[in-house]
Design a protein around this ligand. Structure first.
Ligand SMILES: [Fe+2]
Length: 595
């Protein structure tokens, strides 16, 4: 992103004067786009016969009296028969993993996304404030704009909580222009009155920035209570009714169409309602390597909205001006108008979101799917790539669950997988053998362990999980939401140890193994959550991991995500961390052994 406002006043004055001169026909434009139809996202019109004049990184003029500013040095793009739309904006996502930023930007650039607003909770859990600083360095001076939100770090892990970024650090971050607000804080913890989060919300409002929301499942009194401190948005509604309730309460609502959830089809019915859509948007809420390489990024989301029957202009507004207005950055992005950054995508027609030209900051950065300006590769310091601090290799005995009772079986609280994301509690009698509780693959009961890997490395809790399906082997991951944990599930203690030990060797990753053999793995050395490989390699390796897990009997369609969310307070309702099981309904730790 250009260094907004960082130039000297003299330079700023010169640039403003230059733009005005071009608009007046008294100076030459650098670039002119002629003969295209222009989507005006402010009025909802499509205007023809206008020329866009660009000087430097900004638009100087849009209209019919452009000829005086077009000279032999002006680069011309003839857009006859084509349509110009503003560069697309993803208003809520999580691109701090599992790829490096330059790999994600390659896909954003070629598809026509020119602004991304991302959470940074993934990098903050293992690396804290320094992780966010590194991420900010990685997104700086890239061909497109990336803004971040500061993660409030709502967590069930006492160790992660102890190392969460401080109010002071949040204050420092909020002073930066590329930090657009506070990231999603989960509603249940906010209405509990969590003092730290309320302080962060107050700090953000004081800084004049936005507080993003996350109100999945909340309604009526609880939803309104959640909004009162100043929550401004929500990307969690899953039905038309939930969207409308939030819009009526003044929330900015983002419909999700990404890796974890795809709600666009169900919510598309809202298009027939006679309501104001200015505060509605589309976003990905995280986009994985596989969908990126097969479908694309925001261009896929907008195209899908159009295919589902949204008016194409509305679909484009939902990925441009609506988002810019919400974040109060519409003074310089989100539309094709004088004074705005020249972020423009040329598409074949209004109904086909296929970028033929992508212009960002006045520069053609992609043409017909080919990236012309490569994103900058950031060199991360060694410390970023050394986040697995387990002091020693684990052994099978580290996963033993010993009981002192002389009984032949005990009742145990088991994490019961309901969907790919949601779990509930099941109370199940587990037999005792040699003084230990054993998994039972016949009943689909496996062991699951959470291992702190960064701050109190090695601190481990072992419990049980039902609904994963493994008949043998183990799967481990160092990517676990809102915590600095390794999560491992397995039918065998030995394989669980081996999977974790391999992650230790890799300095982070996801590993599938069985009978002491590694069957599939991906290395995630950046903070233990991101790969340094090309996107296509990441997609392939994650695919192999899923295949290897399925071959072992795994019934989750995406085991990486199923394991990763076991540590989050965002999704109901029995979760695990290094200190034990947490019942989110009670917001408290609960015992493994019930009687
Ligand atoms: Fe999110």
């Amino acid at each position: 992103m250009p260094e907004l406002g960082s130039q000297s006043s003299a330079t700023n004055r010169e640039r403003m004067y230059e733009l005005m001169k071009v608009a007046l026909g008294e100076a030459e434009a650098d670039l002119a786009i002629v003969n295209g139809a222009i989507v005006n996202v402010y009025t909802g019109e499509v205007l023809t016969g206008d020329t866009v004049l660009i000087k430097g990184d900004k638009i100087a003029y849009v209209g019919k009296n452009a000829n005086k500013s077009i000279a032999s040095s002006t680069k011309l793009i003839d857009a006859t028969g084509k349509t110009l739309i503003p560069g697309l904006i993803d208003g809520h996502t999580h691109i701090d993993h599992p790829y490096s930023i330059s790999e994600l930007l390659r896909y954003a650039i070629k598809g026509g996304t020119t602004t991304i607003i991302t959470e940074t909770s993934g990098i903050a859990s293992p690396l804290g404030y320094q992780g966010i600083i590194q991420f900010l360095r990685a997104v700086k001076n890239q061909p497109i704009k990336v803004f971040i939100t500061v993660p409030p770090m709502v967590t069930i892990s006492p160790v992660t909580k102890q190392h969460a970024i401080t109010a002071n650090e949040v204050g420092n971050l909020l002073r930066r222009k590329e930090v657009i607000g506070l990231g999603e804080s989960y509603w249940a913890q906010v209405i509990e009155g969590d003092q730290r989060i309320l302080d962060l919300i107050a700090e953000t409002i004081k800084a004049g920035k936005k507080v993003d929301g996350h109100s999945s499942g909340a309604r009526d009194n609880k939803l309104q209570a959640y909004i009162t401190p100043g929550i401004s948005s929500c990307h969690e509604p899953v039905t038309v009714e939930e969207v409308i309730e939030r819009l009526r309460l003044g929330l900015f609502v983002l419909i999700r169409e990404g890796e974890i959830r795809r709600e666009l089809e169900v919510i598309s019915q809202i298009k027939d309602k006679n309501i104001d859509f200015r505060r509605l948007a589309v976003s990905t809420d995280g986009i994985g390597a596989w969908p990126l390489t097969t479908d694309g990024y925001m261009e896929f989301v907008v195209q899908k909205a159009i295919n589902l029957g949204f008016n194409p202009i509305l679909a484009i507004q939902m990925a441009t001006i609506n988002v810019a207005q919400h974040f109060a950055i519409d003074d310089f992005i989100g539309g094709i108008a004088p004074g705005k950054y020249a972020d423009i995508v040329i598409i074949p027609n209004l109904r086909t979101i296929q970028a033929e030209y992508v212009i960002s900051n006045g520069q053609v950065i992609a043409r017909d799917g080919e990236v012309l300006v490569q994103p900058r590769k950031h060199t991360y310091p060694k410390s970023t790539q050394n986040s697995i601090h387990l002091p020693k290799n684990l052994e099978a005995s580290d996963f033993a669950i010993r009981v002192v009772s002389g009984r032949s079986q005990v009742k145990v609280r088991v994490i019961d997988r309901v969907t790919e994301l949601v779990t509930r509690e099941a109370l199940i009698d587990i037999p005792v053998s040699d003084g230990q509780l054993q998994p039972d693959t016949g009943k689909d009961i496996l062991k699951v362990a959470a291992i702190e890997r960064g701050y109190l490395a090695g601190k481990t809790f072992v419990g049980f999980i039902r609904g994963i399906g493994l008949k043998r082997g183990a799967i481990a991951t160092s990517y676990a939401w809102d915590s600095c944990n390794i999560i491992v599930v397995g039918a065998s203690d030995g394989d669980m140890a081996q999977a974790v030990n391999r992650i230790r060797e890799l300095n982070g990753g996801i590993v599938v193994c069985a009978e002491s053999k590694i069957l599939a793995e991906i290395s995630l050395p950046l903070g233990g959550i991101s790969s340094t490989q090309p996107m296509e390699t990441i997609a392939r390796e994650l695919h192999h991991i899923q295949q290897a897990a399925t071959n072992l009997g795994c019934t989750s369609p995406d085991i990486r995500i199923t394991l990763a969310v076991l540590t989050t307070p965002a999704i109901p309702f029995l979760r695990i961390c290094e200190y034990g099981l947490v019942n989110l309904r009670q917001n408290s730790f609960v015992d493994l052994i019930v009687d």
